[in-house]
Design a protein around this ligand. Structure first.
Ligand code: MLT
Length: 267
């Protein structure tokens, strides 16, 4: 891992390969390790892969001065990081789930620096009041210790994967549990939970974007189902939709080869 300085925080990132820059933004409550397999494949396919731990996740420590990390803050961190690394070419920004919320904020503020955008298992709409309220309760429970990261892992993991992954690659469930629990920071996860609750709708940003947009969806994604992901591709001016079989919410982890091949559509 390397580190980029961002004033009061240091952002850890993994960089490999050379070629077209691609920024891989992880989902919640994961970290850059979720990209290991897909990142290796992309690097050997001629991409310059940059996979950061978002602020407050794994090796990027929480800042401590703000209990909420907004999606805009995450996007600003990443923009700053790209400048620090010295990326001057346009970047393909890939967002998985919460990473997609961050990617859309990046697109809103830094559209001219994008070569394309890949949205995987995500949405552009804001939370309903009920979902936002549930997130606030979850953040409070994390902070008062009545909810642990292990509890979150236990609730989420059974819903994240396709039947094929559960049957044939059970080691991925174990690996994901480690990603959620080990080396994560309750403060950082809680701050991101609150940030998701207050995020704004970015559908209009998607409609206005003048770069290739690829919407990737696992056939069995229970969080962002195929019909919703297909709609994102239809909203975008230059949108393409691809559905990946034998995958649920975590296509890059479950089907890294198919995911890496799909990214050729936005190169
Ligand atoms: C994620 O995988 O990042 C989360 O499911 C996003 C969310 O909770 O909205």
């Amino acid at each position: 891992m390397e580190y980029g300085g961002l004033g009061n925080i240091r952002l850890a990132y993994h960089e490999q390969g050379s070629g077209t820059p691609v920024l891989l933004i992880h989902g919640y409550p994961f970290n850059s390790l979720i990209w290991n397999r897909a990142g290796n494949l992309l690097a050997s396919n001629g991409w310059q892969v940059i996979a950061p731990d978002l602020r407050g996740f794994r090796q990027s420590l929480p800042s401590g001065d703000n209990p909420i990390t907004s999606m805009e803050q995450f996007a600003d961190d990443l923009h700053f990081l790209l400048q620090e690394i010295g990326i001057t070419k346009k970047v393909c920004v890939v967002g998985l789930s919460m990473g997609g919320y961050v990617a859309m904020q990046f697109a809103q503020k830094y559209a001219t620096e994008l070569s394309g955008i890949v949205l995987c298992g995500t949405k552009t709409v804001a939370d309903t009041p009920q979902i936002a309220e549930n997130r606030r309760k979850q953040a409070a429970a994390l902070l008062d210790g009545s909810l642990s990261l292990a509890d979150i892992a236990d609730t989420m993991i059974p819903k994240l994967f396709s039947a094929a992954t559960r049957e044939r690659k059970p080691e991925l469930l174990t690996e994901l549990r480690g990603i959620i629990i080990e080396s994560q920071h309750v403060l950082g996860v809680a701050a991101a939970t609150l940030g998701m609750a207050e995020r704004v709708d970015t559908t209009e940003v998607l409609r206005q974007l003048d770069v290739p947009v690829l919407a990737v969806c696992g056939t069995e994604d229970q969080f962002s189902p195929p019909s919703e992901m297909q709609e994102l591709a239809e909203i975008a001016q230059r949108g393409t939709y691809i559905e990946i079989p034998e995958a649920g919410h975590l296509v890059p982890l479950e089907q890294p080869e198919r995911f890496a091949t799909a990214l050729e559509m936005v190169r």
